[in-house]
Design a protein around this ligand. Structure first.
Ligand code: PMM
Length: 280
């Protein structure tokens, strides 16, 4: 099984950096904003992950708690009951791609890593649970540190920034320092501007436009634009009809230097990247 870091290093060159990896999303939740309820049962979630891998996903990201604006938290127990059987089933069925656990709870991250996950994707940048950094340091796993202003229940209530790019960059630099102080290895920290998390469309677009400034921090940068409402804001399309928007935004992210694209339609993103790479 290739480690996430080996996968990143083995990517072909693209636009002055490397072609991004594609992370396919499996939300085992009744209420995620983009695909809520579609893969809420274990069997449906297992099957969806297998399809994403068959479509070419390089990584699977599984989450059991919705972080859509206004969402209320779930308990770690509820979250684990949703995600652990799915991760175990993927491994039992021979899935070899790295699995990322999208959680803010250290207990969920720990049990997911034991069940076969490799990466911790924490939308709170390990601020929600005081045990998260220590756990990731001990397990030497990749940790994704994402910027979010506030928390999901309040984050879209009039977010304000003087300079969003500077603020997000400064915040992520601080979280990198905290993770290093807790014993995490520098190369295992991936950064994410948190598209849609406590940001207006203009903030999200500025962060993609200036993604190079985050990439220059020396860590792989993950971008999650797929089906997000700022894209719908541009074209007026509802969430279930935003694939062209998602592919276009993903490609811009790739050209700006993203190392990982978190998407719902992994096969379509892979095909778009293949063409972009051939023509570039
Ligand atoms: N977006 C969502 C959930 N988890 N994790 C990271 N690292 N980055 C994101 O942009 C992100 C995330 C919400 O989107 P979804 O409901 O479509 O999964």
């Amino acid at each position: 099984m290739a480690s996430p870091l080996d996968l990143l290093r083995a990517q072909p060159p693209f636009a002055g950096r490397l072609l991004p990896l594609v992370m396919g999303i499996v939300n085992v939740t009744p209420d995620s904003f983009s695909d809520g309820g579609k893969h809420a049962g274990t069997d449906a979630a297992v099957a969806h992950g297998l399809k994403l891998v068959a479509d070419g996903a390089d990584i699977l990201d599984i989450g059991g708690e919705s972080t859509r604006p206004g969402a209320w938290p779930v308990t770690p127990e509820q979250e684990q009951a949703r995600v652990l059987p799915v991760i175990r089933a993927w491994r039992a069925r021979g899935v070899t791609v790295p699995v990322s656990i999208d959680t803010r709870h250290a207990s969920t991250a720990r049990s997911a890593l034991e069940a076969g996950a490799d990466i911790v994707n924490d939308v709170s940048a390990a601020t929600h649970d005081p045990d998260m950094l220590r756990l990731c340091a001990e397990r030497r796993c990749v940790l994704i540190l994402m910027h979010m202003k506030g928390d999901p229940s309040t984050m879209q209530q009039q977010p304000r920034y003087a300079d969003v790019v500077r603020e997000v960059r400064g915040y992520l630099a601080g979280r990198v320092e905290a993770a290093l102080a807790a014993g995490c290895a520098r190369h295992s920290l991936w950064l994410d501007p948190g598209f849609g998390f406590g940001k207006l469309p203009e903030h999200n677009f500025a962060l993609v436009r200036c993604l190079g400034e985050l990439c220059d921090m020396g860590h792989p940068v993950l971008l999650g634009v797929s089906r997000k409402s700022s894209l719908g804001h541009l074209t007026g399309r509802p969430v279930e009809d935003r694939e062209p928007e998602s592919l276009a935004a993903g490609l811009v992210g790739a050209l700006k230097g993203a190392s990982v694209l978190r998407v719902h339609e992994a096969g379509w993103m892979k095909r778009a990247l293949q063409v972009a790479q051939a023509l570039w």
